[in-house]
Design a protein around this ligand. Structure first.
Ligand code: NDP
Ligand code: OXD
Length: 321
């Protein structure tokens, strides 16, 4: 059997060769090949491990049994309407989850501990010690209560933030106030009304596209110790309306925005987000996808599938995640 490897990504961690080397170590005796290496014998491909492959590529392999996405989010892959109707498995792995948790906790703490203020003070040689509230006075709200958000929520709660999460279906997570759905006393409105730091960890689907909008920002709490609510988006750029974020920062609806993902990536040099003093930008690397950890995870799934066990973390194509 051949495992096809098709990777197109920006950033050092998407360089294809380290991925191939690691898969070869973990699956000895199997062919691990890039598309150009198996031209003329497409029927050998049984599995594909992919990140943003060219549209239509996977239709070439008639014996393909499973597609493994090399990341957690499958939105880019599902845009390919010709994607073969075989199981699509996404990444759920402690390495990726913990990296995301680091990002979320770091940026919540930067807002909570007023870090930008000290950066500005240093530039002006100002020694000023403003009041510092406790974490228990700050309400963090996570949009999404999935694999990543639950881990981040647990760590945030451990350091005493008041943590809530919002999901599609009703969830129960110990120590976390759980909200779900659009309406009702436990719906989105109630969740936003108790949120000072909004962290978006949703997948991009037709239902969630553009959710970080003017309307949503207007629903956030305005009585918090931070003075104004702030947002952190590490989900996908398509979840945010960038013009609305800029307008909300300019009119004082939001006090800050930390963005790892953008409507267009890389973020164009012409974007006003680059210049905005209240915006923090990271280049879609809240969590690097580690070739080591993720190849191990996929190789493990292949071996267990071949031993007759069910695949884990198969995407529901109707829900889109
Ligand atoms: P999961 O599928 O485990 O969790 C998704 C969560 O979102 C679930 O709680 C789900 O609700 C909720 N959700 C989905 N649709 C809706 C909706 N319409 N209304 C309310 N809640 C909804 O995903 P992960 O936690 O593994 O990953 C989340 C996303 O993080 C990925 O899809 C990816 O886009 C992004 N990501 C970004 C990275 C980066 O470097 N910036 C790295 C890794 C991931 P329910 O529980 O009811 O199903
Ligand atoms: C992912 C990502 O979805 O890195 O895993 O964005």
């Amino acid at each position: 059997m051949t495992l096809l490897l098709a990777i197109k990504g920006s950033g050092d961690n998407w360089s294809p060769r380290p991925w191939r080397d690691r898969f070869r170590e973990r699956l000895p005796g199997r062919e691990i090949a890039f598309p150009e290496e198996i031209e003329g014998r497409p029927e050998t491909v049984r599995y594909a491990a992919v990140w943003k492959p060219p549209v239509g590529l996977l239709t070439r392999y008639p014996k393909l049994e499973v597609i493994f996405n090399l990341g957690a989010g499958v939105d880019a892959l599902l845009e390919d309407k010709s994607l073969p109707q075989v199981p699509l498995v996404r990444v759920v792995d402690p390495d990726l989850t913990k990296r995301m948790t680091e990002y979320v906790v770091l940026h919540c703490l930067l807002y909570h501990r007023q870090h930008m203020r000290y950066v500005a003070q240093k530039a002006k040689r100002v020694w000023d010690a403003p009041d510092q509230w406790a974490a228990r006075d700050v309400r963090v709200g996570l949009l999404g209560l999935g694999e990543i958000a639950r881990d981040a929520a647990e760590v945030l709660a451990r350091i005493d933030f008041q943590v809530a999460g919002w999901s599609r279906a009703r969830r129960e997570v110990p120590g976390i106030a759980c909200f779900h759905g659009a309406e009702g006393p436990n719906g989105l409105g109630a969740f936003l009304a108790r949120t000072d730091i909004l962290v978006c960890l949703l997948p991009l689907t037709p239902e969630t596209r553009g959710i970080l909008s003017k309307k949503l920002f207007a629903g956030l709490a305005r009585d918090g110790v931070l003075g104004k609510p702030v947002i952190i988006n590490a989900g996908r750029g398509g979840l945010q309306v960038e013009a609305d974020i800029l307008a909300a920062l300019d009119d004082g609806t939001l006090g800050g925005a930390t963005l790892d993902v953008f409507e267009t990536e890389p973020l164009p040099a012409s974007s006003r987000l680059w210049d905005h003093p209240l915006v923090t930008i990271t280049p879609h690397n809240a969590a690097d996808s580690s070739p080591g950890a993720i190849s191990d995870y996929i190789a493990g799934q292949i071996l267990s599938y071949e031993a007759g066990k069910p695949l884990a973390n198969v995407v529901d194509r109707v829900k889109g995640y």
